[in-house]
Design a protein around this ligand. Sequence first.
Ligand SMILES: [Zn+2]
Length: 215
Amino acid sequence: MSPQPRPSPRPPRTTRGDCSGELPDVPLVDAPTEALVAALLCRMGEDLTREGLRHTPERVARSLEFLTSGYRQDLNGVVNGAVFAEPYSEMVLVKDIEVYSLCEHHLLPFYGRAHVAYIPDGRIIGLSKLPRLVDVFARRLQVQERLTTEIAEAVDEVLAPAGVGIIIEAVHLCMMMRGVQQQNSRTVTSSMRGVFLRDQRTRDEFLSLVRDSRP
Ligand SMILES: [Zn+2]
């Protein structure tokens, strides 16, 4: 038997204004996001007719659609053939790729920078594809650890390189705004594969390139 979910504390059923309307009687998967957001606003005691909130359910629905658009993208579509034969065999590093994602535990943002490196084995990828590849996995509900691994696996899959190194540094609003209220802590995760895992010098080169301050 699955454990009973802990009931959330219910705010008093009073609202500051109009909160009429009902949720459609359909399975959860078919419930319109707008209706669910409206229900959430009601539960907060809000007035759905107040000017600032009038279109909030639609806006939140559109925003969530975008923020989770990675679920509807596939790797090959994003790379779109931008893999080229090239004998270059030194490290390729794209630093400071902006990352914006949503933590799956609280649906609050975490954001920061990703550093994506690989050592080619006969193939390179169009540089602009690496940030797009990061977005495919960032625009989902995530934990930073899995995001890091998924990006490494994707680079591995697309390029079959000699090695991959990924570092993500991020701050989590769920830690900053609530819970432990840590405003200055950053979380750093890494995933190393192939020669980045086996060869200390490669790993050191990657880490020192990442550490170098920006111009
Ligand atoms: Zn969280």
